[in-house]
Design a protein around this ligand. Structure first.
Ligand code: K1U
Ligand code: ZN
Length: 201
């Protein structure tokens, strides 16, 4: 049946507004972000079979929590939810730049180059350490409307996607740190236990 102009306009508006949240950091985070040593961070996330309003509600609350914590990314396991969902906003000061929501992301290929970058993590506050990762990635995922998407990313976006996808697999950036001396010092300085790191190098 042909759709009316009003129906099409409503559908277009719903789809473009589906995940709009204010970037103003809220006084209180809607969700608790778990920290290193908490077992929930080590539990692999499950695929999302249906992208519905409950998934979009979770994505909105994750974005608000990310803005409250002044981060640029957040993965569902960090807020104790074992679902393959992550949010990213590399431009949180720019209200006009839409955040990204990636559901069931899969890295299809890595580029040949490697980069070193000093990463941080909202689940390991205060700890910043160098991590080596591929410079570019090609990732397939569903967006917040359940539509299949494909994206080639480089720079900070590629970095952030890999960091957040590690969270979906129960891996933390400290597991990838090769400078053992700096790792031990940073963890101690910020009150975290070396025994909670699961080195994968
Ligand atoms: O997953 C997370 O814990 C969020 C993490 C994302 C990330 C940062 C840096 C490299 C890779 C992944 C953060 O947002 S930590 C906070 C942070 O480092 C940062 C905040 C604002 C601007 C730039 C970095
Ligand atoms: Zn993190």
């Amino acid at each position: 049946m042909p759709r009316s102009f009003a129906q099409m306009a409503r559908s277009a508006e719903q789809s473009s507004r589906s995940i709009q949240v204010s970037k103003e950091p809220p006084q209180e985070s809607p969700l608790t972000i778990h920290t290193l040593g908490d077992g929930v961070l080590r539990t692999p996330a499950k695929r999302i079979s249906k992208v519905d309003e409950s998934v979009r509600d979770l994505a909105r609350d994750m974005l608000r929590s990310m803005y409250a914590a002044k981060g640029i990314g957040l993965a569902a396991p960090q807020v104790g939810v074992h679902k393959q969902l992550l949010v990213i906003d590399l431009d949180p000061e720019n209200a006009a730049a839409p955040p990204m929501v990636l559901i069931n992301p899969e890295i299809r290929s890595f580029g040949p180059g490697l980069d070193t970058y000093e990463e941080g993590c909202l689940s390991i506050p205060g700890v910043y350490l160098d991590v080596v990762r591929p410079t570019t990635v090609d990732v397939a995922y569903r967006d917040e409307m359940g539509r299949p998407q494909r994206m080639k990313a480089d720079g900070l976006l590629a970095r952030c996607i890999q960091h957040e996808m590690d969270h979906l697999n129960g891996v933390l950036f400290v597991d990838r740190v090769t400078d053992e001396l700096s790792l031990n010092a940073e963890l101690q300085d910020h009150g975290f236990r070396r025994a909670d790191v699961q080195s994968i190098r």
